[in-house]
Write a protein that binds this ligand. Structure first.
Ligand SMILES: *[C@@H]1O[C@H](CO)[C@@H](O)[C@H](O)[C@H]1NC(C)=O
Ligand SMILES: *[C@@H]1O[C@H](CO)[C@@H](O)[C@H](O)[C@H]1NC(C)=O
Length: 314
C-alpha cells in the first residue's frame, strides 16, 4: 500500500505539471472563446443504442434529431424507420427531452436511395400536410385523421437529410416544402409557441448538388449541419476551404461542423479529441455564423464517449 502511495505521489505531480505546461504553451487560438455550447446528436439508427430519453439524460446535447422518415413522395406512402426501436414509447421520451429544454426534430431522407423524392409541387405539399398532421402542430385539429406515430408528442422541427446523388432530377421540390414549413414557423412563433426548427444535414461537397442547393438557397433554414465525413475524401482533405465556402454561402444560417462520434461511425472522417480541440474548432469558430457541432450518432457516441469532450468545446 505505502509503496504504491509513495510511487504515485510524484507521478501525479508530474502529470499535473505536464498539464500546466501543456496549457501554458497552447496558442491563444485554442481558447475557443467563440464556442456556443451547441451540440446536436442523431438518434434512431441502431436498436442497441438505448432510448431517446437516455440520450437526453446525458445532459450533453442541446438538440436531438430522430432519423429517419425514409419513404415519402411516392404514391402518398410514408414510412418511419427507427431501426427497431419501439415507436409508441418514444413519444413519452420526446416530451421528456423537451421538458429538459432539448428540442427534438425529425429527419427526412436518409441513406436509402430510391424511396424518397418530391417530383411535383403537389408531392411537396402532401408531405408538408403529412408532417404537420402526423408529427408537428397539426395534431389538435387533425381533420384528416392522420395517425400520429408519437401520439400527442409534438416535434420541434424538421431536418432534411438528402443523401443520394440526384443529378438527374434537379427539379425536385424541396424548396416548396421548406417554404411551407417556414410559414408555419411564423404562425407558431406569433402565437407564443416554440418555433419550428428547420435544419439540413448535407454532404460536405460544395457547391452541393442542385436539389440541395435549390432548397438551401430559399434562405429559410435555421441551421445547416455539414457532414465532414463519409465516403468523400475531400471532406477531410479540404475541410478548411469547404468550411469557408459553406459559412460564406449561408451567412444568415448557423453552420454546424458534423463529425463522426467514433472511428467506426463513418467510412472516413473521424477526428480524435486532441485534433478537434487544437486544430479543428479554432478554425471553425472563426466564422461569425459558426453554430456548434453535430455528432453522428448517439449509438457511436455511447461507445466512444466523444461528447464528454466535445460538449465542453462546441
Ligand atoms: C469552394 O467554392 C468555390 C466556388 O464555388 C469552388 O470553386 C471551390 O472548389 C470550393 N472549394 C472546395 C474545396 O470545394
Ligand atoms: C470569434 O468570431 C469573430 C467573428 O464573429 C472572429 O472575428 C474572431 O476571430 C473569432 N475569434 C476566435 C478566437 O476564433
Amino acid at each position: 500500500m505505502e509503496i504504491i502511495t509513495l510511487w504515485r505521489a510524484p507521478t501525479m505531480m508530474l502529470v499535473l505539471l505536464a498539464t500546466v505546461v501543456t496549457f501554458l504553451v497552447v496558442p491563444a487560438s485554442a481558447t475557443l472563446e467563440n464556442k456556443t455550447g451547441q451540440l446536436t446528436v442523431f438518434w434512431g439508427r441502431n436498436k442497441n443504442e438505448g432510448s431517446l430519453r437516455e440520450a437526453c439524460d446525458t445532459g450533453r446535447y442541446t438538440r436531438v434529431i430522430i432519423s429517419f422518415l425514409d419513404v415519402y413522395g411516392i404514391g402518398n406512402k410514408y414510412h418511419l424507420d427507427l431501426s427497431g426501436h419501439p415507436v409508441g414509447p418514444t413519444g413519452k421520451d420526446i416530451k421528456h427531452c423537451q421538458s429538459k429544454g432539448i428540442p427534438v426534430s425529425l429527419s427526412i431522407g436518409g441513406f436509402g436511395s430510391h424511396h424518397y423524392s418530391l417530383p411535383t409541387k403537389e408531392s411537396a405539399l402532401d408531405l408538408f400536410d403529412y408532417l404537420w398532421n402526423a408529427f408537428l402542430g397539426g395534431g389538435s385539429n387533425n381533420n384528416k385523421a392522420v395517425r400520429r406515430p408519437f401520439g400527442d408528442a409534438c416535434l420541434d422541427g424538421v431536418d432534411l437529410f438528402l443523401d443520394h446523388h440526384n443529378a438527374a432530377a434537379p427539379t425536385e421540390h424541396y424548396d416548396v416544402l421548406a417554404r411551407e414549413l417556414a410559414k408555419h414557423n411564423i404562425i407558431r412563433g406569433g402565437s407564443g409557441k416554440p418555433q419550428l426548427h428547420l435544419t439540413a444535414t448535407p454532404r460536405c461537397r460544395f457547391p452541393p448538388d442542385g436539389r440541395v442547393k435549390k432548397v438551401l438557397d430559399t434562405g429559410v433554414f435555421e441551421r445547416i449541419h455539414v457532414r465532414f465525413y463519409g465516403d468523400d475524401e475531400d471532406c477531410r482533405v479540404y475541410w478548411q476551404e469547404l468550411w469557408a465556402n459553406w459559412t460564406a454561402a449561408y451567412p444568415y444560417t448557423k453552420v454546424f461542423f458534423g463529425l463522426p462520434a467514433a472511428p467506426e461511425a463513418a467510412v472516413m472522417g473521424y477526428v480524435a479529441p486532441k485534433e478537434i480541440y487544437y486544430s479543428l474548432l479554432p478554425v471553425a469558430q472563426t466564422a461569425a455564423n459558426y453554430g456548434g457541432v453535430m455528432l453522428w450518432d448517439w449509438y457511436y457516441d455511447k461507445i466512444n464517449d466523444l461528447s464528454s469532450f466535445v460538449a465542453q468545446w462546441a
